[in-house]
Ligand binder design. Structure first.
Ligand SMILES: [Zn+2]
Ligand SMILES: [Zn+2]
Length: 251
């Protein structure tokens, strides 16, 4: 299976997971025109997308989903709590709930409940049934729970949030209440929290690590790279970028 991103960060997210005939989009925080422009760089057309999975209603994830789905007639999967916050009441979607796998094409996909300041947020773990490979996406999470450690254990690929460096957040430009929100239990994962997760899960089969949702104001790719280089048994990471995301990576 393979993964690509059209952009990662607080200004918009859209991630693609694909294998043979099945292509799934996770979130769309871009306008329709932006999305089409970014997707064309991957030589993919919107008509190739089989389904959209939504993680939560924050605009950097959900703002473009309804328009895109309606324009190209793509089915959308969302928790009820997220859908209530983001879609028109007449919009049709399929319901997912944390802990209950769904099957789309060649994938079994597990929605994982995460602590974040949204209505009913989930993140997703993809299981490619034929090869047995597993790929996890984990962003927009305030802290690591036992439940997360269990769901993200022993993956082949992982896109993991490295949102902020604690010192840069403390000394940075955000107003105090926003700093509290970002670093709170329902905010985002710091570099330290994500590094700690990598020590808590079995990474022996991890061949692909992508650091994503890196804050432009409260973090720096150099710091993320330096910190990750301290873990010797982890593959050298790809850093996802707000403007260009990252191209296809095979897991
Ligand atoms: Zn976000
Ligand atoms: Zn969020």
């Amino acid at each position: 299976m393979r993964i690509a991103s059209l952009g990662s960060g607080s200004k918009g997210n859209a991630t693609l997971v694909s294998h043979e005939g099945t292509t799934i989009l996770i979130d769309c925080g871009f306008s329709l025109r932006q999305f089409e422009r970014r997707l064309s760089k991957l030589d993919l057309a919107p008509e190739n997308i089989d389904a959209i999975l939504l993680t939560h209603e924050h605009s950097d994830h959900g703002a473009g989903v309804e328009r895109l789905a309606t324009r190209y007639d793509i089915s959308v999967w969302s928790t009820t709590g997220t859908a209530r916050a983001v879609f028109d009441s007449s919009f049709t979607y399929r319901v997912v709930s944390g802990g209950h796998s769904i099957k789309i094409g060649c994938f079994d996909i597990l929605p994982v409940t995460v602590p974040h300041d949204a209505g009913e947020p989930v993140q997703y773990v993809f299981h490619h049934v034929a090869s047995g490979k597993r790929l996890g996406i984990l962003t927009d999470t305030g802290h690591i729970t036992a439940h997360i450690i269990q769901a993200y254990d022993h993956l082949d690929g992982l896109l993991l949030e490295f949102n902020y460096d604690q010192t840069m957040l403390d000394t940075g430009p955000y107003p105090f209440p926003v700093k509290q929100r970002v670093s709170g239990d329902l905010g985002h994962l710091s570099n330290d929290q994500s590094l700690k997760l990598l020590r808590q899960i079995d990474t022996s089969s991890l061949k692909c690590l992508i650091a994503g949702h890196i804050s432009a104001k409260n973090n720096c790719p150099t710091i993320v790279s330096q910190q990750l280089s301290q873990l010797d048994d982890i593959p050298s990471p790809v850093l996802a970028d707000q403007e260009s995301g990252f191209g296809w990576i095979t897991v």
